[in-house]
Design a protein around this ligand. Sequence first.
Ligand code: SF4
Length: 342
Amino acid sequence: MNILNKIKKANLVGRGGGCFPVAIKWEMVKKAVGDKKYVICNASEGEPGVKKDGYILENFGEKVIDGMKIAIDFLSDNSTTPSPSLPKEGISGYIFINHEYYKKLGRKLNKIIADDKKYNIELFIKPDGSGYIGGEETSILNAVEGKRVEPRLRPPFPTTNGLWSCPTLINNVETFYNVSLVADNEYKENRFYTISGDCLSAGVYELSDNWTIEKILRETNNYPEFGFFVQVGGDASGEILNSKQLDKLAGGAGSITIFNAKKHRSEELFKKWIGFFINESCGQCTPCREGVFRLEKIINSNNIDWKLIEELLNNLDEVSFCGLGSVVSIPIRSYRKNVMGL
Ligand code: SF4
């Protein structure tokens, strides 16, 4: 069975948070016409509370790079594709890596890459100060091209118009790791979860992707004996769930952060979330640039106007240019609904 069929059979989805089917993305890049194609491994991991890609790179760097090589081989294989889609100038790969991971793992990853001269893969360090938005797919393209790090208008999508307008396959670290497992018939339908916060055994765990949040917390000895709630999918953009809502899968980037219900302060949480989005907004579009500042002002006032906050959140949801603006509402609304009962 060829790799594409294996990926389809395994139902692999992207593990950067979007859960887009891997096989569909690979086919799109394969079919796209271009003299050159690129494969990018997104190792930017910029959301607080999510550490699994760093863990995977540290412990399974060879498998991640192997997954990239499998992608390059797939895009170079002319036995299954009409020749116009084969890039005359070949396929290059980048690992787009954040500075912290580069400092810790750059030497090791460069050595793994250098051990196999057949492939043209190199590390690209995420520019300083580009934060969370620097990990967004089209921001990565701008960063590698040396442009201002901000999202691009979509469509066109990177699969057809990526780096220097060439078809570009962008997958996350965990996704390439899974591809390598699938190729070696070792994939066990697991995924990585980062567990943190008010818990006994914080860390990164590789567990079944079918386990509920409750089962994950119990099996890892992290189910609290005190009243609690969790944030799932990232400490900034993740949804807040109370302890009676844990009979569901941990979506997004697979993180679960536990909060002691008695010890937290809601104003601090609102300020933390909004402060994160203020720092990370690239300022390209008005709803986000102005909206998050307005939110901060309202939250800091003595009398919080929740009607006005709702209007601003609706605006962010509907007209933000990229995903950062449209996730601002998720923690705020879900906290109010699931923890405050409003
Ligand atoms: S939503 Fe925010 S981060 Fe996204 S493009 Fe607009 S200003 Fe930049």
